[in-house]
Design a protein around this ligand. Structure first.
Ligand SMILES: Cc1ncc(COP(=O)(O)O)c(C=O)c1O
Length: 387
C-alpha cells in the first residue's frame, strides 16, 4: 500500500503519437508524427530542392485563400506577430489611417504595432464577449473619411470569438477602403475565400490550424498593393516588398530561412489536402469543440461565449468560484494526465482556455473531458458558479 505522502502521481492516461502531452492550446500545437519526421533533413538555403519546396508552399497557401492569381504569398521568418507587423508596416502608408476593430488582446496588439510603426490608428472596441458588429464598422467608415485601411482579427483567440469576416469585408469594400486580416488562429480551418472576402492582405502562421511547427509566418497580399508598397516599410527584416522581390527573383530568402520548419509545413499542407482542405479540417475541429463544450458543461463548467459566436478553435471557460479551484493545480493535474491547457487572457473575468485544434480527434477530446472530470474530483470542486 502507498501512503498519501509517498503516493505517485497517477500515470498519464493518454499521450500524443510522440509520447508528449496533447497541447490543447492556441499553438504551438500537437503535430503529426509525419510533420515532425519531415524535419529530419538538412537542406541548404540555396539548394534547388529547398527553392522548390518554398515555391510549392507559396502556391498552396494562395490556393487555400481562394486566390486566382490576383494575390502573392510572402513568407516571413518568425512567429505570427512578425507577419502582422510586416503587413501593417508595409501596406499602411505613413499618411494613411487604420481603423482597428478590437475585441481582444490580439486586436490591442495591432494598436501597439501601429504605435511602433508610427502609423495613424483609430480603434473601434467591441468588448471581449462580442463579435465585431459590421453595422458599427459601416457607421465608423461613414463618419471618418480619412480612414484608408481597416484591420480585423478573424478569430480573436483571447476569447475564441469568431468575427463575421465576410460581412465586414463587404462593408469595407463598399466604402472603398482596404481590409487587413489577422487570420492567425483560424487559417486552414476557418475557410477564407478571396472571391467572397475581398481582402487587401491577410497574415497567418504555420503552427496553428495548418498544423505545422512554429518559425514561419506569411502574408497573402493583393499583387497591385504589394507592387505599390516599395520603400514604405521602416524595418528591413519586415519589409514585405523587399522579401517578395527577392523571392520572385531567384526563389530564395533574403536571410537565413527556417528550412526545417518549411519542410514540416509542406508535409502539414499535404495532410490538410488529405483531410479535405479547410472544410474538412473545420469539420474535425467543430466536432472536437462540440465534444469539449458538451462535456465541460455536463461537468458543471460554464462557457464565456454564446455558442453562436464561438469559433471551433479555442474555448474559454469561467473558473469556478469554489475555493478548492486553483488554476495552477488544475493545470498541473491535467498535464500529468496528458493534456496541456491554457490560462485565460481576458481583462475582466477569471477564466481558462482549452483548444480544439491540432492533430487531435474526437477520442482525444473525450479523453480530455474525462481527465478534467477526474481532476475536479481529485480537487474536490463542487461549486461551478463563475468566480
Ligand atoms: C489571432 C492571433 N493573432 C496573432 C497572434 C500572434 O501570434 P504569435 O504568438 O505566433 O506571434 C496570435 C497567437 O496566438 C493569435 O491568436
Amino acid at each position: 500500500m502507498t501512503s498519501g505522502k509517498n503516493a505517485k502521481p497517477p500515470e498519464p492516461e493518454r499521450r500524443s503519437g510522440s509520447g508528449d502531452p496533447f497541447l490543447l492550446t492556441p499553438g504551438p500545437l500537437t503535430t503529426s508524427l509525419a510533420v515532425k519526421q519531415a524535419m529530419l533533413h538538412d537542406l541548404g538555403s540555396r539548394d534547388q530542392k529547398f527553392v522548390a519546396v518554398n515555391a510549392r508552399i507559396r502556391e498552396r497557401l494562395l490556393a487555400l485563400a481562394g486566390s486566382c492569381g490576383e494575390h502573392v504569398c510572402v513568407p516571413i521568418q518568425g512567429s505570427g506577430t512578425f507577419a502582422v507587423e510586416a503587413m501593417i508596416g508595409s501596406l499602411v502608408p505613413a499618411d494613411g489611417k487604420l481603423l482597428n476593430l478590437v475585441n481582444g488582446a490580439y486586436g490591442r496588439r495591432i494598436t501597439r504595432i501601429c504605435a511602433y510603426a508610427n502609423r495613424n490608428v483609430t480603434v473601434l472596441e467591441a468588448g471581449e464577449a462580442m463579435p465585431v458588429n459590421p453595422a458599427e464598422v459601416d457607421e465608423a467608415l461613414s463618419e471618418d473619411r480619412s480612414v484608408t485601411h481597416v484591420c480585423v482579427v478573424h478569430c480573436e483567440t483571447t476569447s475564441g470569438v469568431l468575427n463575421p469576416l465576410e460581412t465586414i469585408a463587404r462593408v469595407v469594400a463598399a466604402h472603398g477602403r482596404l481590409l487587413l486580416v489577422d487570420a492567425m488562429s483560424g487559417f486552414g480551418a476557418l475557410p477564407v475565400n478571396a472571391a467572397d472576402v475581398p481582402f487587401a492582405a491577410l497574415a497567418a502562421s504555420s503552427n496553428k490550424c495548418l498544423e505545422g511547427v512554429p518559425g514561419v509566418a506569411f502574408c497573402i497580399v493583393r499583387r497591385d498593393l504589394i507592387e505599390a508598397s516599395r520603400g514604405r516599410a521602416r524595418a528591413l527584416s519586415l519589409d514585405l516588398h523587399d522579401q517578395w522581390q527577392a523571392m520572385e527573383g531567384n526563389g530564395q530568402w533574403r536571410f537565413t530561412p527556417p528550412t526545417h520548419v518549411l519542410l514540416a509545413l509542406e508535409q502539414a499542407l499535404v495532410e490538410l489536402d488529405d483531410e479535405g482542405g479547410a472544410a474538412g479540417r473545420h469539420r474535425r475541429y467543430s466536432e472536437n469543440c462540440r465534444i469539449l463544450v458538451d462535456g465541460m458543461r455536463a461537468l458543471g463548467f460554464q462557457t464565456f461565449l454564446d455558442d453562436a459566436c464561438q469559433a471551433p478553435v479555442i474555448v474559454t471557460f469561467h473558473q469556478p468560484r469554489d475555493p478548492a479551484f486553483q488554476f495552477e493545480r488544475f493545470y498541473a493535474l491535467l498535464e500529468q494526465r496528458g493534456f496541456v491547457i491554457y490560462p485565460g487572457k481576458l481583462t475582466g473575468a477569471a477564466t481558462f482556455r482549452i483548444g480544439c485544434i491540432g492533430r487531435i480527434g474526437a477520442a482525444d477530446m473525450q479523453a480530455a473531458v474525462a481527465a478534467v472530470g477526474a481532476v475536479i474530483g481529485e480537487m474536490g470542486i463542487s461549486d461551478f458558479t463563475p468566480a
